[in-house]
Write a protein that binds this ligand. Structure first.
Ligand SMILES: O=C(O)C1=C[C@@H](OP(=O)(O)O)[C@@H](O)[C@H](O)C1
Ligand SMILES: C=C(OP(=O)(O)O)C(=O)O
Length: 407
């Protein structure tokens, strides 16, 4: 279903409660399956986390995780250690194009039995769960950090723990650190020195506790963008966030200062305020925060400023090729974009075409990143329901702050 967003103006002050981080939730759901002694609060209500929950409790031989990349990677590791169980793990058409070979080879090196059902290197895969005895493995670290997190999440259940050597440049490092922090929080011992990560084995019951998932910072990015595009003086309060977040996308607080947006923490909420409209061109390396690239590119386009975004080598293998999708859709709106396979250069422009229909390519972040443009011009978002992958109440939340949205 396509949504038309009329040219909108939001209230001077508004507030939004955002669902739990999908990254933290999907890690903690898997850890809870391994260690049932702890409880979770503020778990994400996203499709990807629901798929993760269902997959972890499913007894079926076929598990379909649709578009959920973290679920695909994390469950590959999880099912590898479910002794005596055979599982075929599959996903959407796009998931069958998202590479998994680096993770599969690392697990095979540790002793896992995994084979490809269709194309080598890609889902679906067939996994025969067994006890993994080996504890040393190296893998390429510049393609997806999800492979590394997947291994770390099961590591404490391996007989001898895990010593993981990361080869080459490490991409999306904050997500690896998030995994290690959550392991530390539940009481698993880890270390990360230079390119080597060690996880100690654990056989005892961990101390029962309740872990509260922080709300999702990638979802928060759309409100930073809305604030940046709004009139000076506009305030949006978002909850529930921590000043010391485990999520790398919390770097939004620093990045959006560049767009004249300040962030003030009070209790567990943050107030974003548009302070100035004096904005200069932006140059930014996003290898540590790839999921906010679309938000930032669209904010710059809305404000008419050029930007040079680098560190985008992982964007080609996400829900869609996000570099090509951004170029295609921004150019429909009248902008000019140059891309390589790891960077995006947006040229300055001061015209946004009205009522352009934005294709979303089964990518939640295409829909959500382009929606704030309605503060400048009416826009159509195709297949608007894609947002449920990470943020099911996105459109209702936009309506609640003043966006005029019709079907
Ligand atoms: O571990 C995670 O929760 C994630 C890691 C990142 O992927 P890559 O490491 O593949 O860049 C990120 O893009 C994804 O949305 C979530
Ligand atoms: C890339 C993303 O998710 P995943 O890789 O888990 O599908 C995302 O949410 O932007």
């Amino acid at each position: 279903m396509h949504f038309t967003l009329q040219k909108s103006k939001i209230a001077k002050q508004s507030s939004i409660q955002i669902t739990g981080s999908k990254s933290e939730s999907n890690r903690l759901l898997l850890l809870q399956a391994l260690y049932p002694e702890f409880k979770l609060e503020n778990v994400s209500n996203s499709d990807d986390s629901n798929l993760m929950t269902n997959a972890l409790s499913s007894q079926s031989e076929l598990v379909d995780i649709h578009h959920a990349g973290t679920a695909m990677r994390f469950l590959t590791a999880y099912f590898s250690i479910q002794e005596g169980r055979e599982t075929v793990l599959t996903g959407s058409k796009r998931m069958k194009e998202r590479p998994i070979k680096i993770l599969v080879e690392a697990l095979q090196e540790l002793g896992a039995e995994i084979s490809y059902v269709e194309n080598e290197g890609y889902p679906p895969i067939k996994i025969k769960g067994k006890k993994l005895i080996k504890s040393n493995v190296s893998l390429k670290a510049n393609v997806s950090s999800q492979y590394i997190s997947a291994l770390l999440l099961i590591a404490s259940k391996l007989e001898n723990g895990l010593e993981l050597t990361l080869e080459g440049e490490i991409t999306s490092i904050p997500y690896i650190k998030m995994t290690l922090s959550l392991l530390d929080e539940i009481g698993v011992e880890t270390s990360f020195i230079d390119q080597v990560i060690t996880v100690k084995p654990n056989t005892k019951n961990l101390e029962p506790k309740t872990l509260v998932v922080e709300s999702d910072w990638s979802s928060a990015s759309y409100y930073f963008s809305i604030a940046a595009i709004s009139e000076v003086g506009t305030e949006i309060t978002i909850a529930s966030y921590k000043e010391n977040s485990l999520q790398g996308d919390s770097v939004l607080v620093d990045i959006y200062k560049h767009f004249g947006v300040t962030s003030t923490y009070q209790g567990n909420s943050i107030t974003l305020k548009k302070e100035t409209s004096n904005i200069t061109p932006l140059t930014l390396d996003l290898k540590n925060a790839p999921d906010i690239a679309q938000t930032i590119a669209v904010t710059c386009f809305a404000l008419g400023i050029p930007c040079d975004l680098t560190g985008l080598h992982t964007l080609k293998i996400k829900e869609t090729d996000r570099l090509v999708a951004l170029k295609t859709e921004i150019e429909k709106l009248g902008g000019q974009v140059e891309i390589t396979d790891k960077s995006l250069h947006l040229l300055a422009s001061n015209n946004i075409k009205e009522l352009v229909s934005i294709a979303t390519y089964n990518d939640h972040r295409m829909a959500m990143a382009f929606a704030p443009l309605a503060l400048k011009e009416a826009i159509i978002i195709e297949d608007a329901a894609v947002v449920s992958k990470s943020y099911p109440t996105f459109w209702d939340d936009l309506k609640s702050i003043g966006f005029q949205i019709t079907k």
